[in-house]
Design a protein around this ligand. Structure first.
Ligand SMILES: Nc1ncnc2c1ncn2[C@@H]1O[C@H](COP(=O)(O)OP(=O)(O)O)[C@@H](O)[C@H]1O
Ligand code: SF4
Ligand SMILES: [Mg+2]
Length: 325
């Protein structure tokens, strides 16, 4: 398989009055065509920043470094015209909380049709048919085209957002916490829909969540982020059931089953707070919270070390094991 998307040493720093916020710090990841990659991590770990960087949707005060290769072409150096085309036709983003993405005073059928018409992908008389087709694909009755967003439930609105993401037949969908605001039953239905759509259409997916169980359910591979870095990367089942990084183990323990309502409220196994990016701990950024930290961890230069077949983890214990074997 060839990589559809490759992040090479991606970094994003926000410049604010108080100084610099290094939100993403040297992330390298790759996504095969047709594959699904999950990105997990607590609030503030840089997941949304990473997602927005992929299509250059970051605010102007963000400085971006590294490379984002989509089919070999660097998104960061693309001309505007090309970038616009890519945003519609090749990659689209579903954001957290569907209410923000929808216009409250426009019927949803018109909202779904808009990009198709703007980009001349359908003629006006074909738009209605394509909208009906998209609504059916996401499990909504076609008469919903005439509804306004407030007439829909949260789950239905999220389905509309997915229909909009599918409209231009993209090759890549980036879904940032697509089910976080939904209740457990509806979350499960939307996850099933996402799985079915990517399988049927051969779409590649990057799905972002703080909940490892949700990602393990949908994705082939998982990357776990901590303080702007990937600290663990590997096949999703293995990462979920047998994480090599102590933070990965803590996240898996915090979210044992998909949609467990208790774990949403009180993540177990994770003491302390995620670090402030402007005051990162020295050495391994996880060391103040790490249950298995060694004395050297507060000064150690950690990197992603190999941790088994197609796996890596940024922990001194992994490095030690690899050196012995
Ligand atoms: N526009 C911004 N300006 C300054 N700092 C920001 C901005 N957006 C996000 N951040 C900071 O960047 C870090 C990563 O945020 P974010 O990417 O939203 O993380 P996540 O999606 O994992 O919760 C956080 O510390 C957040 O406060
Ligand atoms: S490098 Fe040290 S502090 Fe960091 S995760 Fe591993 S043991 Fe914990
Ligand atoms: Mg986020």
């Amino acid at each position: 398989m060839t990589a559809l998307l490759e992040l090479d040493d991606l970094s994003v720093t926000y410049r604010i009055a108080a100084g610099e916020v290094p939100a993403v710090r040297g992330v390298s990841l790759s996504l095969d065509s047709g594959a699904a990659l999950g990105v997990a991590g607590e609030s503030g770990s840089g997941k949304s920043t990473l997602a927005m960087a992929l299509l250059r949707l970051l605010p102007r005060d963000a400085r971006v470094g590294g490379r984002i290769l989509l089919d070999g072409e660097d998104v960061l150096t693309m001309k505007w015209g090309r970038l616009r085309a890519v945003r519609w036709a090749e990659a689209s983003i579903v954001f957290q909380g569907a209410q923000h993405g929808l216009n409250p005073v426009q019927r949803i059928g018109d909202q779904i049709a808009e990009p198709l018409l703007v980009h001349d992908l359908v003629k006006p008389d074909g738009a209605r048919k394509r909208v009906a087709e998209l609504l059916e694909q996401v499990g909504l009755p076609t008469w919903r085209a005439g509804s306004y967003p407030h007439e829909l439930s949260g789950g239905q609105r999220q389905r509309v957002m997915i229909a909009m993401a599918l409209a231009c037949s993209p090759r890549l969908i980036v879904a940032d916490e697509p089910t976080t605001a939904l209740d457990v039953m509806v979350q499960a239905q939307v996850l099933t829909l996402i799985k079915q759509l990517i399988a049927e259409h051969g779409i590649s997916l990057i799905m972002i969540s703080h909940d490892l169980s949700v990602l393990a359910d949908v994705c082939d591979r998982l990357a776990i982020m901590y303080a702007g870095r990937v600290v663990e990367n590997g096949p999703s089942r293995e990462v979920f059931h047998d994480a090599r990084h102590p933070y990965g183990r803590a996240l898996a323990a915090a979210f044992p089953t998909v949609g467990d309502p208790a774990s949403r409220l009180a993540p177990r196994g994770l003491g302390g707070d995620p670090p402030d990016p402007m005051r990162l701990p020295t050495g391994c950024s996880f060391h103040p919270r790490c249950p298995v930290a060694l004395a050297e961890c507060s000064t150690l230069d950690v990197e992603l070390w190999p941790a088994g077949e197609a796996r890596s983890a940024a922990c001194v214990h992994v490095r030690a094991k690899e050196e012995i074997s």
